[in-house]
Design a protein around this ligand. Sequence first.
Ligand SMILES: CC(C)(COP(=O)(O)OP(=O)(O)OC[C@H]1O[C@@H](n2cnc3c(N)ncnc32)[C@H](O)[C@@H]1OP(=O)(O)O)[C@@H](O)C(=O)NCCC(=O)NCCS
Length: 174
Amino acid sequence: MPQSTLLYSPPVSLPRLHAHLGAEVVVRRARVGDVPRLYEIINYYAVRGDMLPKTMDQLYNRVRSINVASADGEVVGCAGLHITWADLSEVVSVAVHPDFQGTGLGRRLVEPLFDEARQLGIPTLFTLTLQMGFFSRLGFREVPKLHLPHKIWQDCKTCFKQDRCDEIAMVREV
Ligand SMILES: CC(C)(COP(=O)(O)OP(=O)(O)OC[C@H]1O[C@@H](n2cnc3c(N)ncnc32)[C@H](O)[C@@H]1OP(=O)(O)O)[C@@H](O)C(=O)NCCC(=O)NCCS
């Protein structure tokens, strides 16, 4: 069993999917009613060590900065923008339901964040990820973690990985 599962194990299983692959998918801003579903999707991957977990509290606090993909009215993916500082924002909580992966949905969720950052006047995005291939295709490049400002390590205080962090830092100018 991965150590992350031992240290943090939210009571979630992958939400059953009712939407089918041919359904019309729209990308929109998250609503508070989406939060329980976001909690399930994100933490389904988090217990596997693929991404950082989120609490319901964090999701309600950040709901205004999260975009969701909705298929036949059912949330099947998400991505968020977390402002770090005047010149830097983090792409967070990128997840697509396994049945919808490989259909371009991850790209559709992340690309609008570039415009959002631009409109906010933020020149650079970063992400901490194990999905280098995906983020490379979206124009991110790997950088040494220590090139990012100290401020980004705020979340590490509460992260189960802490000093054993295996995530790769990647940045993209917008
Ligand atoms: C990573 C994830 C969001 C990608 O979503 P997706 O909808 O499958 O990705 P897309 O279909 O939009 O792929 C976009 C591009 O990235 C490429 N890509 C996607 N996953 C890839 C991978 N693992 N390795 C290499 N390239 C990949 C695709 O080929 C595609 O390339 P193209 O548009 O140039 O043809 C999805 O696999 C996922 O939810 N994974 C589990 C959670 C996770 O690890 N999230 C990342 C947290 S940082």
